[in-house]
Design a protein around this ligand. Structure first.
Ligand SMILES: [Zn+2]
Length: 77
């Protein structure tokens, strides 16, 4: 294994998972959405309250995002 690759892993970049393609990416490569009453609101400044979800900035993920992707999974019982 290359040492550089290991160092890369140790570097602390906040990562989020794209809710559409399920790929982990640094937050800078993702766009935050918040689930609102009228659907999903883009939150580029990441200041909106509520449950957020993240989608790739690049590619088709944004157009494929559905409300269901942001839905919270509540486990009860
Ligand atoms: Zn994606």
């Amino acid at each position: 294994m290359h040492d550089e690759a290991r160092a890369e892993k140790l570097r602390r970049v906040p990562e989020r998972t794209c809710m559409v393609c399920r790929v982990k990416r640094p937050k800078s490569e993702l766009l935050r959405f918040v689930a609102g009453q009228d659907g999903l609101l883009p939150d580029p400044k990441q200041i909106l309250p509520g449950r957020g979800c993240y989608v790739c900035l690049q590619g088709e993920c944004k157009s494929q995002l559905r409300q269901g992707h942001c839905r919270s999974r509540k486990r009860r019982g």
